[in-house]
Design a protein around this ligand. Structure first.
Ligand SMILES: *[C@@H]1O[C@H](CO)[C@@H](O)[C@H](O)[C@H]1NC(C)=O
Length: 113
């Protein structure tokens, strides 16, 4: 009985930890919507303040190493399924929005570093 309780607690803990970062949640949708003029259509030569705000909120929602890896995989996946995004520009968002470099959206980049 005690063993089952411990097992249940562990499952619960994992579930809670994973809930903290959501790959395709509202933060990601916001960032995508605000940054598309820069990363995809090229209408904006530089990311707008709104884009940076939304992008930062999304990136900063990934706090732990595991969450950042999930974020990296998430961005890479999204760019693979939405080929319209310019990866160079997606990658430049971190620098242009005042974030430290965390990951690259390019396929060759290993998210586990
Ligand atoms: C992506 O953007 C960069 C910088 O503006 C540009 O040099 C490059 O040609 C673009 N790549 C594609 C595939 O549009």
């Amino acid at each position: 009985m005690a063993r089952i309780a411990v097992l249940l607690l562990m499952v619960l803990a994992v579930a809670v930890a994973e809930a903290a970062f959501i790959c395709n949640g509202p933060l990601n949708q916001q960032a995508g919507a605000k940054c598309v003029a820069y990363t995809r259509t090229g209408a904006d030569k530089e990311p707008s303040a709104e884009c940076c705000k939304a992008y930062k909120a999304h990136v900063e929602s990934a706090k732990t190493v595991a969450e950042r890896r999930a974020l990296c995989a998430c961005v890479q996946n999204n760019d693979r399924t939405n080929p319209g995004n310019n990866i160079t520009k997606v990658d430049s968002l971190q620098g242009k929005c005042g974030l430290p470099f965390l990951f690259s959206a390019a396929r060759g980049f290993d998210c586990n570093t």
